[in-house]
Ligand binder design. Structure first.
Ligand SMILES: Cc1cc2nc3c(=O)[nH]c(=O)nc-3n(C[C@H](O)[C@H](O)[C@H](O)COP(=O)(O)O)c2cc1C
Length: 276
């Protein structure tokens, strides 16, 4: 951000570059992050951190106070995806303004937004706004079906616009602290039995799943073999497979999905936004 003088008397704080970072195995978080960025309407650098290859390329990023960071992740079990903590812990800001965004599957985002904010604020970033948006649940298309929809995307765009309109006020708000919903200690991550999608006879070994798997859990030579110890159940391979050859068949997964459908498919949750 630079304070620039436009010739006459107008002094205005200007963001010259947004850095948009997201992790998004099934694509909903990416859609929301892109709309917020579009609403901000400032040149943006986008870092898609979804695959291991992407994440390896973007370790140890540092940002200064002229930058604006937008970071967006899906909610996993009420928290941010566990393995992203390690990557985020290599990033550094220098009083860098930041926007925190989580996308969740219409159950709850619990402590994920607070956890994301705490992690980045502990590394030299200053939260200026935060949002929790809704995306189709990775486990089942019957919960939050097709979200983010047009209304959600418009809310995300307007969120970006609203932040842009307040950027000039930031110097005045330097002693304000962003507060978001969430509790400390964060929701406990309960251990889950190891599981991975099964592959049926429709698999053609096309390799799409290998390319998009965020954890490199799918065997490169035999696309039917998924290493359960690496699988995070993100459902990227299930949703991206052109032959619909992959699915979770474990009883525990099926029961969990049924409970989600029962409890979370009839009420429509709406985006929640927080500002300084
Ligand atoms: C392992 C896992 C855990 C999840 N936990 C939650 C949760 O606690 N609350 C919720 O509402 N949605 C939860 N979801 C759903 C995702 O947060 C939601 O579908 C999100 O939109 C997925 O983002 P993506 O499309 O960028 O991958 C979970 C999904 C996965 C794969």
């Amino acid at each position: 951000m630079k304070t620039v003088n436009f010739g006459k008397k107008i002094n205005c704080t200007m963001v010259t570059q947004i850095h948009t970072l997201f992790f998004s195995p099934t694509g909903t978080t990416a859609k929301v992050a892109k709309q917020i960025t579009a609403g901000l309407d400032v040149p943006a650098l986008t870092y898609n951190l979804t695959t291991q290859k992407d994440r390896n390329q973007h370790r140890k990023l540092s940002f200064n106070s002229d930058d604006l960071l937008l970071v967006a992740v899906p909610v996993y079990a009420g928290r941010i995806p566990e393995f992203m903590e390690e990557l985020f812990s290599t990033f550094e800001g220098q009083n860098t303004p930041a926007i925190f965004t989580v996308v969740y599957g219409n159950r709850d985002y619990d402590d994920a937004l607070l956890e994301l904010k705490d992690l980045f604020e502990g590394r030299g970033f200053k939260g200026i706004a935060a949002g929790a948006f809704i995306g189709e649940h990775s486990y089942t298309e019957k919960v939050a079906t097709n979200r983010p929809d047009a209304e959600d995307l418009s809310a995300a765009f307007q969120f970006g616009q609203k932040i842009k309109a307040t950027l000039d006020e930031l110097p005045k708000l330097k002693n304000h602290r962003l507060t978001v919903k969430g509790n400390v200690p964060y929701k406990e991550r309960k251990p889950m039995p190891l599981m991975a999608p099964e592959t049926n006879e429709k698999c053609t070994d096309c390799g799409v799943c290998v390319e998009i798997c965020p954890m490199e859990a799918i065997d490169q030579t035999d696309n039917r073999t998924i290493h359960a110890e690496k699988c995070i159940r993100c459902n990227s391979c299930v949703k991206h497979c052109p032959e619909k050859a992959k699915s979770f068949t474990h009883q525990i997964f099926i029961e969990f999905s049924e409970r989600l459908i029962q409890n979370c498919s009839s009420v429509r949750k709406e985006p929640e936004l927080f500002f300084l």
